[in-house]
Design a protein. Structure first.
Lengths: 495, 503
């Protein structure tokens, strides 16, 4: 077990430098360098061509859509687009790497020198400096068969080359210095920011749980204000925002303990363990890792021109950060509320409902309340739930007009969530509506008061506390379809 | 006709068109010829009688029906075993690809099939095209039809020997540093490397991707030109393929014969006419220079000072690319798998053993050299420097072509050497490519045509190098010179080849 320094002490004693490499799988129809379909559900080794199997004599041809997507990502990250960029071969042997080299980009990436502003919960913004983003192909997938599920202890391994050649863009940050306690939050917010950009650009399915977005986190510590770079570790494939926070925090505390005791951090690759929330040592990594990069002779240089870039620029949608700022202002929500909304994945849903006429508060109430509870209980995304923005709009209109109350709305919404139909249909079927006939309510109030003379006395004497009991009984009699405000008024008229 | 197999490809095509012979007859004639000669010659690694005969029959019946057929339909051809043929074992003459059957055709093979040519089989080569003698084939030796004690050159030695031994009218070779032109020179035939990007590389097992080009080999310029036209096409599957109209090489060959050399400016490369070239070769070369002058061409000596570095730079660039291109042969997905004897079998130990046993000596030498040249700390000194030399050599060409239309040189510094003579002397072996490498560096079209006999009654070759994209001019000059040289093609070793058969 690693020994850890308390987090608050760690960030009091040390400055933290992080660097993040994010790989994103593009959702192009075909692979990076051949016509094999990109499909993740297909049977093993069914989505291949001679090129994606690395057969002798096969040659790569660049997927133009993948190039366009890479440029889009670069523009969204405020990068410069290279006039000439080149592919290079990264040479290393591994069974799931069909050619035993990966076609990647080395010193001439497609986009470079950018940044991403990431919003933090306290309302501040951190500017993450980005070095480059480049195109490359994915490798196949090894499935190690045995008790461990890892290569150590496996009886044998099966390789699925469906993923071989799937287009990737790798986004690499510069080392970013953090002098306060926010490094884990910044890192997670940055990865979330990238994920949201991939989604809004529609260049990737961007599902972290499916491995569409994979983050490698480099962290190093240096004594406060020393202006030095410490020795870093790289934790590979941290694939959820929650894990990113835990893993970064863990690594900071682990390194802090070592440094605090006068020790030296080992430069290495580490693995993140979701179960124990710890990292463990992988292979020793040094800067002398020799991939023998050289220009890929099978591909011609990628040449871009400004007209082409402008054309792509014109197709760029509003980016998540800008949208968040704009909507916060329009809706007059505070930073904390906006953070919660964004973290819940409710921003677009609320925006859509507001566009259709619901008040921002009203839309927020439902999405961040009833619907979010349901999504959390079912562990699914908010935008995958059945109720549509139209349902929310219709529901809010009926409440506003006094045709239904919140309780009815909730009851119906539950049934919509269960798949019994849209809001109007369920409402109709269940014949739920607010009791509008005053005489029915008056009769129910009178009965309730007659049955609870002690309460009536208290109410008359000015002690209004037990009024809820009477309202409750009226609700029971009317099966919850009474308007609570009206019932209160009637009770008061009887005192 | 008893010696059908001595016909040229265009003659065969004419006879087929006129229905003087059938494709089945001519195909059978070549299959018989191979059967009689190849046990000893070793030009073929695979002969597929069945498919050849089936295809020939199809062409014949199609012709009988009156279908419009491509001009060369029904003419046999042989293909270097470095080129993928769907359903037909392709080995690159390496143990590591023993019995490997490609599931796809190289683009140039598709072109061959679309043109109705009959594939006789796959020809021998140095393993993965690494060599200049075909002695590095993992399967068998290939002999030079002019003298069975000498090598046919390489790496396209089988493609050259098969043509020279009348086993096929023409064949396809590949050329990375001279692997078409050098064996063509050593066996007295014509061999051409097109402008880089002229013929698709898709389906050609790569040695050095930035230099590899396939090309035709034949006994006359016209046959080579006709095959060149068939092989070349713009191919979306090869990013380095050129979408360019090169014109018809057949037309160039015909016009060259008719129009002659008047007014043509021909350059002689100072660096490729002296040191390192044998007396006999230079004598033959000087004869052709005189022929040029006498026939109205203007001769200009051009200086290409950086050519002297070409062999060193080539060794580095070729080996670097090859080390990466050959990384995929690991026994994991296809080809031959060798398992370790004693250790536990892991992916890594299997890959190591496969590469240890599966690759031959020369292949390993180049992989190690290339891996070293690309390594951190060596990259700039080797790969980087070699790239600079390549740029300088291109500059030499640019300057030269400001003065002349075409360049000529001897193709190879010597005639065919004895089997085994250079096997333990890699530097001597590498010198074979002295005159041919620059064209690969520059991406220029270059070809070798027979230029009479030099020492020991062995053929000498003349190399023509044209500017990039000017393949047409190259064939034009080659055809004109072929007529003037009037080479007497008569490989003297052939008499010792034939099995005793009832003719």
């Amino acid at each position: 077990m690693d020994q850890l320094l308390d987090y608050s002490e760690a960030v009091r004693k040390f400055d933290i430098t992080f660097g993040i490499e994010v790989h994103v799988e593009l959702n192009t129809k075909t692979k990076m360098f051949c016509s094999a379909p990109v499909s993740f559900a297909a049977p093993p080794n069914s989505q291949t061509t001679p090129v994606s199997l690395g057969l002798p004599g096969s040659l790569p041809v660049l997927n133009k859509t993948a190039l366009e997507y890479a440029i889009k990502i670069g523009l969204a990250l405020n990068c410069s687009v290279a006039k000439v960029s080149r592919f290079a071969r990264k040479n290393y042997f591994y069974p799931d790497l069909v050619k035993n080299y990966q076609i990647s980009q080395s010193d001439e990436p497609i986009v470079y020198n950018g940044f991403l502003n990431v919003p933090l919960d306290d309302g501040s913004v951190f500017k993450v400096e980005i070095e480059r983003a480049h195109m490359e192909e994915d490798a196949g997938k090894s499935n190690h068969i045995g008790k461990t599920g890892r290569i150590q202890g496996a009886h044998y391994s099966l390789i699925d080359y469906n993923r071989s050649g799937v287009p990737l863009v790798e986004i690499v940050t510069f080392p970013n210095l953090v002098t306060n306690a926010k490094a884990p939050e910044i890192i997670a917010s940055y990865v979330r920011g990238l994920r949201d950009i991939f989604k809004v650009l529609n260049v990737s399915d961007a599902k972290m749980e499916k491995g569409n977005v994979r983050a490698d986190i480099n962290i190093s510590l240096a004594p406060k204000n020393s202006q030095k770079l410490g020795i870093r570790t790289e934790t590979k494939n941290v694939n959820s925002l929650k894990s990113i926070i835990s893993c970064s925090t863990y690594e900071i505390c682990r390194q802090a303990y070592i440094l605090d005791k006068g020790g030296e951090v080992l430069q290495e690759t580490r693995h993140w363990h979701e179960d124990s929330l710890t990292t463990s040592s992988g292979r020793i990594k040094s800067d002398a890792d020799d991939y023998r990069y050289f220009p890929e002779p099978d591909l011609v240089p990628v040449v871009t021109n400004s007209q082409q870039i402008d054309k792509i620029r014109q197709t760029m949608p509003e980016l998540p950060f800008d949208k968040r700022q704009r909507l916060a202002k329009a809706w007059q929500f505070d930073v904390k509320t906006m953070s919660e909304i964004v973290n819940a994945g409710a921003l677009d849903l609320i925006e859509q409902a507001v566009k259709l006429g619901v008040s921002p508060q009203g839309a927020k109430k439902w999405y961040m309340g009833e619907l979010l509870r349901w999504a959390k209980a079912k562990s699914c995304e908010l935008d995958s739930l059945l109720p549509t923005a139209q349902d929310i709009v219709y529901m809010e209109k009926l409440i506003k007009n006094g045709k239904i109350n919140d309780k009815i709305a909730r009851t119906v919404l539950q049934k919509v969530l269960q798949g019994q139909g849209d809001f109007a249909t369920v409402l109709d079927k269940e014949n739920l509506h607010v009791v509008e006939d005053l005489s029915v309510l008056e009769q129910a109030v009178d009965t309730a008061l007659a049955n609870n003379l002690d309460i009536l006395q208290k109410l008359k004497s000015g002690n209004m506390a037990p009024i809820g009991v009477i309202i409750g009984q009226v609700m029971k009699v009317t099966k919850g379809q009474a308007d609570a405000k009206k019932v209160t008024d009637i009770i008061k008229s009887r005192l | 006709m008893s010696e059908l197999y001595k016909l040229s490809a265009w003659e065969i095509a004419n006879k087929l068109r006129l229905r003087e012979i059938s494709s089945l007859e001519i195909t059978q004639a070549f299959l018989d010829r191979i059967n009689q000669t190849d046990d000893k010659l070793g030009a073929f690694l695979l002969v597929d009688d069945k498919i050849a005969i089936e295809t020939a029959k199809k062409i014949d019946s199609s012709r009988l029906k009156g279908d419009t057929l491509p001009k060369m339909a029904g003419v046999p051809i042989a293909i270097k075993d470095l080129i993928c043929t769907k359903g037909l074992v392709t080995t690159a003459a390496s143990k590591i690809l023993q019995n490997w059957v490609p599931p796809y055709d190289a683009t140039l093979v598709e072109n061959i099939k679309d043109n109705g040519l009959i594939i006789l089989g796959k020809t021998n080569l140095d393993e993965f095209a690494m060599g200049s003698s075909t002695e590095r084939s993992a399967y068998k030796l290939c002999l030079n039809p002019w003298d069975l004690n000498t090598v046919p050159g390489g790496s396209s030695g089988g493609s050259a020997a098969s043509v020279a031994a009348w086993q096929t009218p023409f064949s396809v070779g590949t050329d990375t540093g001279g692997s078409i032109r050098q064996p063509a020179s050593l066996t007295g035939i014509v061999g051409a490397k097109p402008t880089y990007g002229g013929i698709s590389r898709y389906g050609i097992i790569a040695m050095a991707s930035s230099l590899d080009q396939a090309g035709p080999m034949a006994r006359c310029v016209l046959d080579a030109a006709i095959l060149h036209d068939i092989l070349s096409s713009y191919d979306m599957q090869d990013s380095t393929s050129l979408n360019y109209d090169f014109g018809s090489m057949e037309q160039a060959a015909i016009e060259g014969t008719n129009q002659g050399l008047k007014g043509l400016k021909v350059g002689i490369i100072k660096q490729l006419t002296g040191e390192g070239f044998s007396k006999g070769i230079l004598a033959a070369f000087n004869k052709v220079v005189a022929l040029l002058v006498n026939n109205g061409a203007e001769i200009v000596e051009v200086d290409c000072p950086n050519f002297q570095y070409s062999i060193g730079a080539y060794q580095i660039l070729m080996a670097s690319e090859a080390s990466s291109n050959l990384a995929r042969y690991d026994g994991m997905r296809y080809g031959k798998r060798f398992l370790p004897d004693k250790q536990t079998v892991t992916a890594e130990s299997m890959m190591k053993t496969t590469r240890d046993i599966g690759f031959g000596f020369e292949v390993k030498r180049r992989i190690i050299l290339g891996t070293y040249a690309l390594s951190a700390g060596s990259y700039e000194a080797y790969y980087g420097a070699a790239q600079k030399v390549r740029t300088l050599i291109k500059g030499d060409f640019t300057r030269a072509y400001k003065q002349v239309d075409c360049l000529i040189s001897p193709t190879v510094p010597t005639v065919a050497f004895k089997i085994g003579e250079q096997l333990d002397d890699p530097m001597a072996m590498y010198m074979n490519d002295l005159a041919t490498i620059p064209a690969n560096f520059g991406g220029m079209p270059a070809m070798s045509i027979p230029n009479g006999l030099a020492a020991n009654n062995l053929p000498s070759g003349l190399q023509i190098i044209a500017p990039q994209f000017k393949d047409y001019n190259m064939y034009f000059l080659a055809s004109a010179l072929e007529k003037l040289i009037n080479f007497n093609f008569n490989p003297s070793g052939l008499t010792q080849l034939s099995k005793a058969v009832n003719l």
